[in-house]
Ligand binder design. Structure first.
Ligand SMILES: [Zn+2]
Length: 280
């Protein structure tokens, strides 16, 4: 069992179960002995601190169940004024310290809240939208246009040449972290075409034998990362100087600083280090 998404607009108010409350992409957590926890109402009534949290929350969506326990997503109206014992923590660094199931549900919650905030008005006629009762969507009461939650697919790819891997330093990365090449899929593009284009644009080389690796929801704010591997097929590596400040071939034991946490980038690089490089 794990998180099971459910849609029931009659339950869009905080009740018994887990409360995934966000201010933008920051999650409300409480400190427990074993690390940060998601607030949880046990029993019919919230405790006084939970009542105070409730008062700060201005939009609540029932999102489903986690191992049978109800889950709610909510948006805080302010970043300050949290009751004692509760803090706001950026979601990304919580990878690893929050349990996998809670993190999965938190990713769902923050992505859904982002969509909810961005579809308050009809993009066709400008009228306020309403929650659709029978499915996760908004409907415009005036022109009847439907708005479904959106996922923006992106690719992330390990380029391999013999035992070497291509890693790049993006201008947005902290410190001197090097990671894989990534980019959003354009309209009308296949994932494979996107990989070939992004790699040519960003590092100026051609690739072949593109293979699917795995995927990860990436709600920052609304992506699904599709991980791949590809083989180098020609050209000279040069960073584009805009997105990427540097790019080059690496091989253990001489690896650069790598992304931390439970990201698909890290999973692919770990596979490369532990399995690919060691294979005969
Ligand atoms: Zn409309």
């Amino acid at each position: 069992m794990s998180f099971l998404p459910r849609h029931d607009v009659s339950k869009n108010s905080l009740g018994e179960g887990y409360w995934f409350l966000f201010y933008k992409d920051k999650l409300v957590t409480t400190a427990a002995d074993c690390g940060p926890e998601v607030p949880r109402q046990d029993g019919q009534k919230p405790n006084p601190a939970q009542e105070a949290l409730k008062a700060l929350t201005n939009r609540i969506l029932y999102i489903g169940t986690l191992n049978g326990t109800g889950c709610y997503a909510g948006s805080l109206c302010a970043e300050t004024g949290l009751p004692d014992g509760y803090t706001l923590a950026a979601l990304r660094p919580l990878y690893g310290s929050l349990s996998g199931e809670l993190m999965q549900t938190a990713r769902f919650a923050v992505h859904l809240l982002h969509w909810d905030r961005n579809t308050r008005f009809c993009g066709v006629c400008g009228k306020p939208t309403e929650d659709k009762k029978d499915e996760r969507a908004k409907i415009c009461p005036s022109c009847k246009t439907l708005f479904f939650p959106r996922i923006a697919p992106a690719v992330i790819v390990a380029i391999l040449d013999g035992k070497k891997i291509l890693l790049a330093h993006n201008r947005k990365f902290i410190n001197s972290v090097y990671s894989l090449i990534a980019g959003f899929i354009e309209i009308g593009e296949t994932a494979e075409q996107c990989i070939e284009r992004e790699i040519m644009e960003e590092v100026g080389i051609a690739v072949k034998n593109i293979r699917y690796f795995g995927s990860q929801p990436w709600p920052f704010p609304d992506s699904l990362m599709l991980g791949f591997t590809a083989e180098y097929a020609g050209g000279e590596v040069r960073a584009d100087g805009e997105e990427l400040l540097d790019a080059g071939w690496f091989c253990p034991p001489n690896m650069p600083e790598l992304p931390s946490g439970d990201s698909i980038a890290r999973r692919i690089i770990t596979w490369y280090e532990n399995e690919y490089v060691k294979a005969p």
